[in-house]
Ligand binder design. Structure first.
Ligand code: NAD
Length: 350
């Protein structure tokens, strides 16, 4: 027992229909004219919620896109100035939350986030942004949202090909929380509980995407997963997915979903306590195999080959993955990475 525990402060309101409390939560934050953020796809949902808060919806900005490009942030900042907006209301997934965080980073405006996926960004002080095609990440307390409203009625509209990978992406945050170098007992408890909740809920969502109770369980697991991501350091899984996604331009959540059992297997012997916690959470004999079974049911793409990756790409990714050293329970070697990528390429049980 030797640890530091540093809780990130945030207020969470959770429950089916909780979006009805957006107005009172804005009032609590002292927000009188919010900029209401969404993607173009979710502009109708944002407009419906805006209708319930009357004048507190200062201006609508349905222009959020993936990877938070700085040009979009600049244009949203002009909208902020045009009505002297005094806070952000973000309704959507990680991309919309990213735009809200980018505005808060530059203005220190308070944020109310209403997540509609399982990405977990709303619980972290981390902001990833893209400038001239290059993605950089920063961490700042200014970026951490003040209030989050989790309403499972809003995740129900996700199609299976988004909800399955999004949920496995959340499990990846929890898995790495279990073997983080700076892990602590609170985060480990949350991580195991998150994997348990998502492990039960995700297969139910694949059977019946309209199962509201399962959406509630998955969103609860995703909340804890976001806390893990925002509180302790991530390792090989997040690094290799970042490299694969960035180098080969693959879908963020699909890569996380597929790689989960393979990165777990990479650390199987080096992180026995974490693997035992995963096995307990999934009621499986072996953590990585339990994750493999879940991946087979919930991922949209079940091998790197199916994603259009070639064996030559694997060599390139293995080289790039070795460029910047980082902590991982098992030392990161090129040979080890290459073998892991081969197994994921073939989609075989790890
Ligand atoms: P997303 O926000 O890009 O959403 C994907 C698509 O799904 C969008 O078109 C969106 O409009 C749609 N969508 C969202 N919710 C929906 C719903 N309920 N019903 C129907 N359609 C819906 O995807 P995401 O996976 O939530 O977020 C990914 C982004 O978040 C990445 O850029 C990633 O880097 C970032 N992220 C950041 C952090 C962090 O801590 N900074 C954490 C996790 C993810």
């Amino acid at each position: 027992m030797d640890f530091v525990y540093n809780a990130n402060p945030s207020r969470v309101i959770f429950g089916a229909g909780a979006r009805a409390r957006v107005g009172e939560e804005l009032e609590r934050l002292g927000i009188k004219r919010a900029i209401v953020l969404s993607t173009p796809d979710q502009s109708q949902l944002a407009a419906e919620i805006a209708k319930t808060i009357g004048g507190r919806a200062g201006i609508m900005y349905p222009g959020a896109v993936m990877h938070t490009p700085t040009e979009v942030t600049e244009s949203a900042l002009q909208a902020v100035s045009s009505v002297r907006a005094d806070g952000c209301l973000a309704i959507g997934g990680g991309s919309t939350t990213g735009l809200s965080k980018a505005i808060a980073y530059r203005t220190d405006l308070p944020q109310l986030i209403v997540p509609t996926t399982f990405a977990g960004s709303e619980m972290t002080p981390i902001l990833g942004q893209t400038e001239m095609g290059r993605k950089t990440t920063l961490s700042s307390p200014k970026v951490l949202p003040e209030t989050v409203i989790y309403d499972p009625e809003l995740t129900v509209t996700m199609p299976k090909f988004i909800s399955g990978p999004s949920g496995l992406n959340a499990i990846a945050h929890s898995m790495e929380g279990l073997y983080a170098r700076d892990r602590n007992p609170i985060i480990s408890m949350m991580a195991e509980e998150s994997i348990r909740a998502l492990g039960v809920a995700l297969p139910k969502l694949m059977d019946d995407p309209s199962n509201l109770e399962a959406h509630g369980d998955a969103l609860y697991g995703a909340w804890f997963a976001g806390i893990c991501l925002g509180s302790v350091g991530m390792a090989i899984h997040h690094k290799i997915c970042h490299t694969l996604g960035g180098t080969l331009n693959l879908n963020h959540a699909d890569v996380h979903a597929l790689m989960l059992p393979y990165t777990a297997a990479y650390n199987r012997e080096a992180a026995p306590e974490a693997m035992a916690a995963i096995a307990r959470a999934l009621k499986a004999h072996d953590g990585p195999r339990g994750l493999y079974a879940l991946m087979k049911v919930c991922a949209s793409k079940r091998s790197l080959k199916e994603m259009g990756v070639s064996e030559a790409d694997l060599e390139k990714v293995a080289d790039i993955a070795m460029e910047n050293p980082y902590f991982n329970p098992r030392p990161v070697t090129r040979e080890g990475i290459r073998e892991m990528l081969q197994a994921a390429y073939e989609g075989r049980e790890p």
